[in-house]
Design a protein around this ligand. Structure first.
Ligand code: ADP
Length: 463
């Protein structure tokens, strides 16, 4: 049996192996899931919540192990493993405990005069077997959340975690086992894109994919052959608009945090900063100072982690080289290259003199690169921000809240934050997702649960 190797991106050491799931076993996995679904779909939400609560209990009990596994498998600082990966799932479970029954209950609807005397209802029903395919940047959160929502809605789930962070995948599998879910309600398949593609070809009843837009489009094409409904949480090139009346220090901090969290390997990383001309100079000066004050070298209390995946590092290097060859300026930092004994760490940089003809502004870089562009007025800022094939998240910075809300209304993105960055996905009450090449469908809130259901309409004439 082949094995996936886990390499700690900081030390470069091999830290473990996880056996891949044989390709020929996917058919059996689906058969088992479909059998388990016959019973699981008839359990009450209260019963399902008991398993989810047990799962939470075990996650909390093993939190220290979880922090270490995520930290070592991805290279992100321990604190980020807690706040962005582990904690969000506890929050998502708390949301479901409080709201799942209400969200999934059968609703009476109004009956118009033409149907007088009849009663009508809508009810939610699980789809069947849900395939969840997840990425490496938030390997816990982005896998766990759809699985939990799928099973709360009464589906069985097959999870294919990323091969880049296999130890997190293995840990999640053991958590599901320990939580005692009935056999085959949740199964995990380990491996790369071959097993991902095979699982898609086995005709799941729903696919929830998180990853690159390139792979998302391949999966959607495959899904279309069998009309499989699919949710796609894809990449982004999120703009941040900073007006001259913004609180500059807060905006600079937001820019650093938004661009460098998880080393920029976040779908809603700030990847384009547009700054009103009047404050452009002081803004970039403060940004450079702020960046230089961050602790980036290897140490336990470093502010920043590491690149996780070598191929992504190459994307970052290519974007930066190409931008510089087209006239961009390295305003802070040096060309991203690996330093000896620093694992997959590169120096975070600020690029100025960038424009929309450059890949670094058009394509997702997914690394510690901060691009800053000046703008003249509100209209130009909106035009620049919307000039992208992506539309995930975005932010507007101004003390004039009416102006900020007006601009928010015009931005082509799934979410807009006013005077903040990144946290759109942290609020389980807010649907999160993208438009354009950033995806289809939403994560979190009621829709995050009803995604995994089909809605049935019933009209009753008492005869
Ligand atoms: P990234 O994780 O870098 O965003 P991908 O979008 O390629 O990159 O991968 C996300 C997830 O999709 C991973 O779990 C990967 O194994 C899986 N995957 C990649 N290609 C395919 C494919 N053709 N079919 C199904 N799954 C795939």
């Amino acid at each position: 049996m082949e094995a996936l190797e886990s390499v700690n991106p900081i030390s470069g050491d091999t830290i473990g192996y996880v056996n891949t799931t044989p390709l020929q076993s996917t058919t059996l996995m689906y058969e088992q899931a479909r059998r388990a679904f016959q019973t699981w779909q008839n359990t009450s939400i209260k019963e399902r919540l008991q398993y989810i609560r047990k799962l939470r209990h075990i996650i909390v009990e093993q939190l220290e192990d979880g922090i270490d596994i995520i930290h070592q498998d991805t290279g992100k600082p321990k604190v980020e493993s807690i706040t962005a990966d582990l904690y969000t799932i506890l929050d998502a479970i708390a949301y479901l405990e409080k709201h799942a029954e209400k969200i999934l209950k059968t609703r009476k609807t109004k009956t118009p005069i033409a149907f007088i005397g009849k009663k009508s209802y809508t009810s939610y029903h699980p789809r069947g077997v849900v395939l969840v395919i997840s990425p490496w940047n938030y390997p816990f959160q982005l896998a766990m959340n759809p699985v939990i929502n799928a099973v709360i809605a009464g589906n069985c789930a097959i999870l294919k975690p990323s091969e880049v962070t296999p130890l997190v995948g293995q840990w999640m599998e053991s958590l599901f086992e320990q939580a005692g879910f009935p056999d085959h309600v949740i199964q995990v398949a380990h491996g790369g894109k071959e097993i991902g593609a095979k699982l898609v070809s086995e005709k799941p009843d729903y696919i929830f994919f998180t990853g690159s837009d390139r792979t998302g489009k391949i999966i959607l094409q495959e899904a279309a052959k069998n009309l499989i409904p699919t949710s796609l949480e894809l990449g982004g090139k999120d703009p941040m608009i900073v007006f001259k009346d913004a609180h500059i220090e807060r905006a600079v901090n937001g820019a650093l945090w938004g661009s460098l969290t998880n080393y920029g390997q976040v779908c809603m990383s700030v990847e384009r900063i547009y700054v009103e001309k009047k404050i452009y100079e002081p803004f970039v000066v403060s940004l450079k100072r702020g960046l230089q004050n961050l602790k980036t070298e290897l140490s336990d209390d470093a502010d920043l982690g590491s690149m996780t995946f070598e191929q992504q590092l190459q994307v970052v290097q290519n974007h930066v080289s190409s931008a510089i060859s087209k006239g961009a300026t390295l305003y802070s930092g040096s060309h991203p290259k690996l330093n000896q004994n620093q694992g997959m760490k590169i120096e975070p940089i600020i690029l100025t003199g960038v424009n929309h003809k450059m890949e670094v502004i058009q394509e997702e870089t997914f690394g510690p690169v901060i691009n800053v562009i000046p703008f003249e007025n509100e209209e130009e800022a909106i035009k620049l921000a919307n000039n992208s094939r992506y539309g995930l998240s975005s932010s507007v910075w101004s003390k004039d809240i009416n102006k900020a809300k007006r601009v928010a209304g015009k931005l082509a993105a799934g979410s807009v934050l006013v005077n903040d960055v990144l946290v759109a996905i942290a609020n389980p009450h807010l649907p999160f997702g993208g438009i354009k090449d950033s995806g289809i469908g939403r994560y979190h809130a009621a829709v995050g649960v009803t995604n995994f259901c089909h809605q049935k309409s019933i009209m009753v004439d008492s005869g």
